[in-house]
Design a protein around this ligand. Structure first.
Ligand SMILES: [Zn+2]
Length: 449
């Protein structure tokens, strides 16, 4: 099982400088490759990432575009992994784009990366670095301190260094043997999970969990910092006599205060993301750990985000992250994830008698079933219906007419260790096992590269 551990780095000033230059190199090579790719497509050729890389390798130490002011090739100072990987990434990005378009999903072709607007990162092949307890030894710069040691045993497959605001992280992908990656569950129940906006998460047990909504909390501060930043930008434009949009290729002078302001804004965004990730990780770990099956709605998150009035609230809870984390964590706990069909009327069915209440509107939080007279809390009722669906799916082993069984890799139908009410045995225990979910805290994601 491929797992990734994202570890905060403690680089020295020189090392930070190297990271910035390496990430900048990766960005510039990506842009070069993308421009070449588009040029070849325009000429009716079929571009190929390997051929592009070969061409780049021929020119990278001689082409004037890649020499510094002394006529020296500055790429020599950066380890080659940083400028070789963008070609592979670009090829993958095009493949994904073509596949998504073929499948009728919304997709956009690879875009140029803009300094300060893109994710700064660069890649390291597994034979080019090594882990030494609380440090990682990188090519060119040597030992960089880590905030925590690598969590997973197994074969290291590669790593990338990336930046979030002014913090650098090392994400190490490890191929962990299946029996070491598995976790034991503490419970064996079946739960239905209704995702909503009022209480972010309602469980079929009746429990309601509020999400922290960090964006809502920080919105005032965010607006203040954004406003300050845009004033500084306006001032810089005025000072250099630019009116209207900045002309292409023109660079505004960047003041110290503008850099500081940008950092303050980025830090706030990073904090918001961390608070949200903390919540979704703890929640999804808990759900997978305590249950043999979890049923959720297959929400059309993208469609919901198109509703401008709701978009901010929905994005703030992190519905998409909850879905994605449930899917990969379930493989480690042997938990089955049952996805209710997008059109399954979980809110409208009475969980007491099964009669459908077609007149239920979005505003009605509490309703009474006309057939059996049970008073329902809207969200709890929906969660109970989802739980039924999961129980049915577990018993039947086959897809219900109204629900599709989404089975996570490693728990393919019929081979799922949890089916039949068995608790996956604990073959290996490591890491914390309290109820806090700390073990998974924002630090690992199942690598999908
Ligand atoms: Zn009823």
């Amino acid at each position: 099982m491929l797992l990734a551990h994202r570890i905060r780095l403690d680089p020295s000033l020189d090392q930070r400088d190297y990271f910035t230059r390496a990430a900048g190199t990766a960005r510039r090579v990506w842009n070069w490759a993308l421009a070449e790719w588009q040029r070849q497509v325009a000429l009716g050729q079929r571009p190929n990432a390997m051929a592009l890389k070969k061409r780049f390798n021929r020119i990278k130490y001689t082409d004037p575009d890649w020499l510094d002011e002394h006529g020296q090739p500055w790429l020599r100072a950066i380890h080659r992994d940083a400028h070789a990987q963008p070609f592979a990434n670009l090829a993958r990005a095009w493949t994904r784009y073509v596949e998504q378009r073929r499948a009728g999903q919304p997709a956009h072709p690879p875009r140029f990366k803009k300094k300060g607007r893109c994710r700064d990162s660069f890649y390291l092949a597994n034979d080019k670095f090594r882990m030494e307890g609380l440090a990682v030894v990188l090519p060119r710069i040597g030992r960089v301190l880590l905030r925590e040691p690598l969590r997973w045993p197994g074969k290291i497959m590669g790593a990338s260094v990336s930046r979030q605001a002014d913090q650098w992280y090392l994400s190490v992908q490890v191929e962990v043997p299946e029996q070491l990656a598995m976790r034991s569950r503490t419970g064996d129940t079946v739960v239905g999970v209704d995702l909503g906006l009022r209480a972010a998460v309602t469980l079929s047990s009746g429990e309601k969990i509020a999400a922290p909504r960090p964006l809502k909390t920080a919105l005032r501060r965010l607006r203040i910092r954004s406003r300050r930043q845009s004033r500084k930008l306006e001032a810089a434009k005025k000072a250099s006599g630019v009116t209207g949009p900045i002309p292409k290729g023109f660079r505004l002078p960047v003041s110290k205060n503008r850099t500081k302001g940008a950092l303050a804004l980025a830090r706030l965004h990073a904090r918001i993301a961390r608070v949200r990730a903390d919540f979704t990780h703890k929640l999804t770990t808990r759900l997978c750990r305590e249950n043999q099956a979890v049923a959720i709605e297959d929400l059309n998150v993208r469609g919901m985000l198109a509703n401008h009035k709701l978009a901010r609230a929905i994005a703030d809870v992190g519905f998409h992250a909850i879905r994605r984390q449930l899917q990969y964590k379930s493989a480690r706990y042997g938990t089955r994830i049952v996805l209710a069909d997008r059109w399954y009327p979980s809110s409208k069915l009475c969980s007491g008698c099964g009669v459908r209440n077609g007149e239920l509107t979005l505003g009605e939080r509490v309703w009474t079933c006309a057939a059996c007279g049970i008073r329902h809390d809207r969200d709890v009722n929906a969660a109970v219906n989802l739980q039924r669906l999961a129980t049915g799916a577990l018993a039947a082993h086959t897809a219900l007419p109204e629900a599709s069984q989404a089975v996570t890799p490693g728990t393919a139908a019929g081979t799922a260790p949890a089916v039949g009410g068995e608790v996956t045995p604990a073959r290996h225990e490591c890491g914390q096992h309290d109820g806090s979910g700390q073990e998974e805290y924002a630090a690992h994601v199942c690598a999908r590269f």
